[in-house]
Structure formats: C-alpha cells, structure tokens
Design a protein around this ligand. Sequence first.
Ligand SMILES: *[C@@H]1O[C@H](CO)[C@@H](O)[C@H](O)[C@H]1NC(C)=O
Ligand SMILES: *[C@@H]1O[C@H](CO)[C@@H](O)[C@H](O)[C@H]1NC(C)=O
Ligand SMILES: *[C@@H]1O[C@H](CO)[C@@H](O)[C@H](O)[C@H]1NC(C)=O
Ligand SMILES: *[C@@H]1O[C@H](CO)[C@@H](O)[C@H](O)[C@H]1NC(C)=O
Ligand SMILES: *[C@@H]1O[C@H](CO)[C@@H](O)[C@H](O)[C@H]1NC(C)=O
Length: 580
Amino acid sequence: MAIMLCTWVFLAFSAHLVASYTGRKCGSPPVYPGKPLEERYEGKQEFSNTDRVVYKCALGYTHSYGSRYSFCQNGQWSLLSMQCRKKRCGSAGEILNGRFRQMGNAFGDKAYAECNEGYVLQGEPVRECLSNGWSGMAPTCVALVADSASSASHRPVICPLLHKNKNATFHGTKATYEPGENLSYSCNVGFRLIGNKNFLLCERTGKWNPSHANCEKIKCEKFTIANGKVQFGNLTFNTKANISCKDGYRLRGPSVVTCGADSSWTPDLPTCEEVLPVQVTCLPPAVPNSSGQDGYKMAYEVGEQATISCQEGFEPIGSSQVTCGADGQWQEMPECRIAGGKCQPPPYFPNAHTEHSNQRHYEPNTPVRFKCNHGYRMVRGPSTIYCRNGRWTDLRLICEKKKCGSAGEIQNGRYRYTGSLFGDTATVTCNKGHRLVGVGVRHCRAHGWDGRAPVCEAIQCPEPPEVPDADLFFDTSGIIKHGYVASYRCRLGTLIGSSDIFCTEDGTWSAPAPRCEGQHKAKRIALPVLYHETVLYSPPCYLPYPQSEVWGNSFRHEVSIPIWERGDIQVQPRKKIIGP
Ligand SMILES: *[C@@H]1O[C@H](CO)[C@@H](O)[C@H](O)[C@H]1NC(C)=O
Ligand SMILES: *[C@@H]1O[C@H](CO)[C@@H](O)[C@H](O)[C@H]1NC(C)=O
Ligand SMILES: *[C@@H]1O[C@H](CO)[C@@H](O)[C@H](O)[C@H]1NC(C)=O
Ligand SMILES: *[C@@H]1O[C@H](CO)[C@@H](O)[C@H](O)[C@H]1NC(C)=O
Ligand SMILES: *[C@@H]1O[C@H](CO)[C@@H](O)[C@H](O)[C@H]1NC(C)=O
C-alpha cells in the first residue's frame, strides 16, 4: 500500500514538470537520413525555446531546395524541409584508341575504360564519380606489340570485361582481367551452354579464350506420332506443339507438349492407340451334372473350344466339344443324362403331384402318373409320363382350380365374393334393419360352398313406452320395424324431450320417450253434443278426444260433423288413428 502511494506521488510530480518547466525546452534534434546536423550541434542534448539547428547534405550530395534550419518551438522541433540530390560529375573523359563505358554520371557511378582491339590499357581502368569529381585520371590505350618480347614485358597485358549480350550474361567483378584469370558467364533464357565450360580464360595475348560464350539457342527437334498429327510452332524454347490422333485412334498422353530447356519436349510424347470394339467373350460353360471342362478359364474368346465331361453315372447327349459363339454364347451345349437310359426324378408340374415316392432315378419305360392337387381338376391330359431313353415323355397335363359358382340368393341381404373358385370366400351382408342369423362366411371347397346359407331377419323394436298425460300416435299394424315413428303429444303441460322417436337399425328407439311437465289442474269438459252450440273453455283444458289438441285460446272438433267453435278457442283432430 505504501509503495503504490509513493508511485502515484512520483507520477504526479513528473507530469507537473513536463507541463510547466520543460515546456519551452527541446531535447536532441531529430535525425534525418542522408542529412546530418552541422558538427557544432552534435552531442548537445538540450536546447532553449526558439533555438535553431542547421542541417547539411551528406557527402556527395548537394542542397537542392528547402530550408536548412529546424527550430525549437515549445519543446518541439519544426520539420526539416531541406532536400538533397546527388552531385554530378559529367563526362569521365575521352581515351584515344578506346573509350569509357560510363554507368552514369552521378555520385557513386563508375566509368570503365576499354581499349580498342590491339591496344592495351595503361593506368586506372575504373573512375568513380566522387563528391569532388571523377577519381584519378583517365588511363591511356597503347598499341600492343605482340611479337616484341621486350615491349611485351614492359606493357601490361589485360583482357576487357565483357557484359551481357544476346546469348549470355557475364559475371565480372573487375574492370579488366589479367592473363590466367577466368570470367564466368551463364546462358540467357532460351539459350543453353555448349559443353560444360562456362567461363572464358584471359590469354597472354589479351584475348579471351574462347572468344565468346558458348551459348546456343535452344531448339527442339520435330517429331512424328504414329497415327497422329502434330502442329509445330517455331521449335524454340518454351514454344508448344499440338498433337491430335487420326480417326479411330485415341490419344494416350498430353495433347500439348512444350520445348524445354534441355531441347526436349515435355511432358513425354503421347501415343495414338487404336480404339478397339468391346471384346466378346464367353463365360465358362455350365452344364448341369457335368464335372466342368478341361482347364478352367474365366473367359473364352470367340471361336475358342472347350470339352465338357459329365459326372460319374451321367453320359453326354450331343457333342462334348463346344465352341464360343460370336454372340458370347456357347453353341450346342450337350446335356449330361443319367447313364443307361435311366431318368432323373420327373419334373415339377404346377398344381399336380405324383403318387410315386421320390426315387433318385427311374428305370427305362417306368410310367409316372400325375394327379391334380386337392381342389383342382384336370382340364387337359394325359396324366402319365414314361421314361424313354433317359428322358421323360411330354406331360401336357393342366390342372385348374375347381369352381363353386354362385352361393345362391339371400332374402334381405346379399353375398360378397372374393371369387367363385376353390379357396375363395363368400360373405353375407344383410340389408339395413336386418340382422344375420347363422354363419356369415362360406368357403369354396373341393365339393362346393361349405355350410348352409344364413338368414337375414328383420330387426324389431319393442312397443313404444306409454307417457302419462300424453297421447301416442303410431301405426300399430304389423311388426315395429326399423324406421317406424312414434309421436307423443301432451294432453296437459309442456312436452320435454323429442316428440317423435323412431325405431333404429338395432331394434331400439332413437331416444327416450318424452315427458309432459308443468301440468295444471285438468278441467274436464264434456263432449259437446250440440253441434253449432258454442261453449267457451279456458285453456289449459283437457279434451277427452285423444286425437284432439288444444292450442291457442279456442278449440275446434272435426269428427263426424265438423266445426264447432266459439270465440277464440279451437279444437282440431291431430292424426287419423289406425287400429283399435
Ligand atoms: C580458370 O579455369 C581453369 C580451368 O578450369 C582453372 O584451371 C583455373 O584455376 C581457373 N583460374 C582461376 C583464376 O580461377
Ligand atoms: C550467340 O551464340 C551463337 C552460337 O554460339 C553465336 O554464333 C553468336 O555470335 C552469339 N551471339 C552473340 C551476340 O554473342
Ligand atoms: C495449338 O492449339 C491452340 C489452341 O487451339 C492454338 O491457339 C495454337 O495456335 C496451336 N498451336 C499451334 C502450334 O498450332
Ligand atoms: C519464335 O517464337 C518466339 C516466342 O513466341 C518469338 O519470340 C520468336 O520471334 C519466334 N521466332 C521465329 C523465328 O518465328
Ligand atoms: C443334376 O443336375 C440337376 C440340375 O442342376 C440337379 O438338380 C441334380 O441334383 C443333379 N444330379 C446329381 C446327381 O448331381
């Protein structure tokens, strides 16, 4: 805790210093590359406000424009605007019987002296552009006297530096070379070295040996592709050739090749292959009960032959030599039959069976009789086959399912069939309001429909229930069948529930009988006997006619001599009643 407090105090103190005390002072002036400070300011680390420093251009450079000064302003050095450029030296000079090859005329550039053929250089071969002009002095070129031993010994013999030409690039580091020195080179792109000597040797005569780089233009040879066509370019390095095949041939390899640095085409040249039709072959021949063929093969070519041999106890029928046909099938395959004219077990016939036990083979002339299976009947014969020469005679037997036909008529119902043949079923459905009595499903068996026809019986409802204070209207003749309606009318009170109920399909009434509620003290009235006499009744009232109903404020009666009425009370019969 104590340390943290101290640190905080120190920070606060230094911040105060920066703001007030050093505000007008500057530290060391900034360093600009290539633009040093004048010596007198070097090493000084503190400057007062408004102090200035002077910069100069580096050696070999001269001031081109901008101010050389930078000022201290409130602790900041102003930005230096001075610009410098390289000093220039101009021409390196003239050489009699030779010349300077000048790489430029600015500070740091070099000029190489070269002599004409037959002359050798004396003096400095290279001049450099320095801050105060070209270094040294121009050399001279003196005539070479090759045969004079004395003069040769006096005059130095040198080979001139070679530079890049069309074929090669020389890797010289010196301006001139003395006899015995080597100048290495590499061939330019598209050229390649002849032999393996990639340097020139400076001879005593001042000449290079060999006189030039051994670089030759890379060229690729033309080539041909059997059954193909080639389009060549100009056959030089990096040019391409297009390859295609004649009709009926397929290219295997690249369609374009390029002339490579080693004068060969890359990638490897392709070939043109004949497009062959799909080859037809036969699978190994398969003959039941054979022991295979001589020398098993996966596939046989067209025209190839194979010999088939039968298993022990079997003998070949037909030629045992077979030939692979053009369609990939074996021609005229033999059969392997049980030897000695015996027969194998008789073949399977649909819906039929034999009565013989299953023997492994049958003696010649053995008859085998077939019978149609249960539920089937023979529609074509004969039903017996014979073993003749190791084969069974033809069996033309046909067995068909037995027919049951119609299962008959059902009153108030009908049959639904899956079919009318052996194994099919007929299912009885009763009409609405009828119920099944008996077994509803019959099966078509070998001897016809099984069981007995069931009966569809009408469904009856019980008598409709009596309801106190209500009249019941319904047809009482005959049985109470599905659809019959019983209607209730309250003589007194209000009807609660349904006034009409009917006999449903399952022999019950569609709803419970209604009730008559809120019934007031009944007021019996006498049957009016005097026609045309009118009496006033006050509802609710009770009329002794079950067929009558009171509604509104009046009643009216129409039994034999209709209409008597009075005031606003009417009595009217509701329904004609049949029965007792
Ligand atoms: C120049 O090359 C020759 C041949 O390879 C070699 O014998 C000789 O030493 C080389 N000279 C120099 C100075 O590299
Ligand atoms: C390039 O090489 C070829 C073959 O070596 C030569 O004939 C030719 O003079 C060379 N060209 C130059 C510019 O050196
Ligand atoms: C090769 O084929 C390309 C593409 O079709 C074509 O541009 C080029 O000119 C061809 N080269 C030659 C040498 O025919
Ligand atoms: C060969 O092709 C190269 C590359 O396309 C080209 O620079 C050169 O001029 C061509 N030479 C000839 C002889 O056509
Ligand atoms: C003969 O071939 C038939 C048909 O492939 C086969 O069912 C039978 O078992 C064979 N008989 C013997 C004895 O191998």
